[in-house]
Design a protein around this ligand. Structure first.
Ligand SMILES: Cc1cc2nc3c(=O)[nH]c(=O)nc-3n(C[C@H](O)[C@H](O)[C@H](O)COP(=O)(O)OP(=O)(O)OC[C@H]3O[C@@H](n4cnc5c(N)ncnc54)[C@H](O)[C@@H]3O)c2cc1C
Length: 464
């Protein structure tokens, strides 16, 4: 049997290699470290965690908790090793990073069907390939990918604005309208500000704590669009003449044009999530939580994703990727991990696993794996590979991506419980239909929810 070439032994590549090998498929795992090192990695080990040591919440009623259950059910090796390397971290799964990476390295390298090749991949080989070279993929490889997909489909910088849960926006304060009444009204929600609110918001925005960029990111930031706080720093009215301009908008409650308007744009067709237009930002997550809640209508908003600006190579997944993570125009090449346009350690593991199962299914002539869109992972893949998704920025799992419930459930906690229960049921049903890919044991690993932890908890936010 021809080996599958996997480029990159990071989180996605290591998981993918293992999943193929345990199904009897030989793998050629190409990793450039230590021969060649990227700007963020510091060790020679596989699956190095380049920043935080946290795999986020284990709460059964959070999207990341649910994703962990799904990965357990799908038989993830790396999540299992993460659990065995855990250090105390409250309701988060955090690991001893050296133990985690060394265990992954030993386990993957020791498999007789995995041939580890230490060299930099500079071209895309023939045959089945999984490209999992991460957000800092080396330059020759990104050139090869650009040639294959077109330069307009590869981005090198992630400048994402925060996204809020639609159900947590105060609809008594915001009003639906498009500028000059163009387009569908509810595509935009408008947060009206009077002069006083605007000026106190700007004062907090320019003074808030920012993330310190790494040296290799400064040049990219300079070339990307400006963060909102930098625009605000150029003058009190700079945002009012830019992203927050009120022209073409009338507040139906006052019949007047507000002093400034923060626009929220629908993030998906179901309008379950909205992004803050023009608010790409470098503020810390804590500062975003505090400052963006000063925006009228967002006082109690749940942030499904915070804004980020950092170096990040990723493809325009909605245009390029099929739901099995293969390139639509080159079906034997699959993209996994951060490069596929998903964000986060767990998501990288998950897409590595899916890409491997995709190769296996294709080689065996089985139906492609397509997880229900109600599940954490299925909803992420559905969103990322939906050609209707425009202006794509990398995404992590969150409940803003799942379809609305059949009946409206009041209260965030109750709603998230309902999403989780529905996902579990749909996943179990789906796995029953895929005995060709999964054993019955997989289904039994979908655990019932643990007792929710006591005390206040915000969902969808990073604990990393
Ligand atoms: C600076 C930084 C900080 C981050 N912090 C966090 C965080 O705290 N929490 C979080 O959840 N996510 C974080 N992320 C996102 C994080 O990168 C991903 O979540 C995760 O590491 C991606 O996994 P991956 O397998 O796609 O890539 P990686 O884990 O980066 O693995 C890619 C592998 O490919 C290798 N490689 C690259 N090019 C080649 C080539 N041409 N030939 C052969 N091998 C190659 C690399 O050496 C590497 O081993 C961060 C990203 C960056 C850049």
């Amino acid at each position: 049997m021809d080996p599958v070439t996997i480029i990159g032994a990071g989180l996605a590549g290591s998981e993918a290699a293992w999943q193929l090998a345990v199904r009897g498929v030989p793998v050629r795992l190409v990793e450039m470290r230590p021969a060649q090192r990227g700007p963020a990695h510091h060790t020679d080990m596989f699956a190095e965690l380049v920043c935080s040591n946290s795999f986020k919440s284990t709460d059964a009623y959070s999207a990341t908790g649910l994703l962990k259950e799904e990965l357990d059910a799908l038989g993830s090796l790396l999540l299992d090793i993460a659990r065995r390397s855990a250090v105390p971290a409250g309701s988060a799964l955090a690991v001893d990073r050296a133990l985690f990476s060394s265990t992954v390295t030993q386990t993957v390298s020791a498999h007789p069907l995995i041939d580890v090749v230490i060299e930099e991949a500079t071209t895309l080989p023939d045959g089945d390939v999984i490209v999992a070279a991460g957000p800092l993929a080396s330059e020759p490889l990104t050139r090869a990918l650009t040639q294959l997909t077109g330069s307009q489909h590869l981005a090198f910088f992630d400048a994402a604005a925060p996204i809020v849960d639609a159900d947590t926006i105060d609809h008594d304060v915001v009003f639906p309208a498009s500028r000059w009444e163009k387009g569908q009204g509810a595509d935009y929600l408008n947060c009206p500000m009077d002069r006083e609110r605007y000026e106190s918001f700007i004062a907090e925005l320019v003074g808030a704590e920012r993330v310190t960029l790494r040296d290799f990111e400064r040049r990219d930031l300079f070339q990307a669009c400006q963060p909102a706080e930098e625009v605000a720093r150029t003058g009190l009215d700079a945002l009012r003449y830019g992203a927050l301009k009120p022209v073409g908008l009338t507040d139906p409650r006052t019949g007047e044009r507000p002093w400034a308007v923060v626009q929220l744009r629908a993030e998906n067709r179901e309008r379950t999530a909205y992004n803050l237009v023009g608010f790409q930002t470098n503020l810390t997550f804590g500062a975003q939580d505090r400052v963006f809640r000063m925006i009228p209508g967002l006082e109690d908003a749940t942030f499904l994703r915070y804004g980020v600006m950092h170096r990040n190579t990723f493809i325009d997944a909605p245009r390029l990727l099929a739901p099995d993570l293969s390139l639509r125009d080159h079906p034997r090449i699959r993209i996994a991990g951060q490069l596929s346009g998903t964000e986060g350690y767990l998501e990288a593991i998950a897409t590595g696993l899916l890409a491997a199962l995709g190769v296996h299914a294709a080689r065996e002539g089985l139906a492609p794996l397509q997880l229900p869109p109600t599940t954490a992972l299925g909803s992420l893949v559905a969103y990322a590979t939906d050609p209707g998704t425009t202006g794509y920025q990398p995404m992590h799992v969150n409940f803003g991506l799942v379809p609305p419930l059949a009946e409206r459930v009041r209260g965030k906690r109750a709603r998230y419980e309902a999403y989780s229960q529905r996902a579990r049921a749909d996943m179990a049903t789906y796995l029953c239909t895929r005995s060709d890919l999964f054993t019955a044991g997989a289904r039994s690993r979908l655990r019932p929810p643990a007792t929710p932890p006591a005390g206040e908890k915000r969902y969808g936010r990073s604990t990393g």
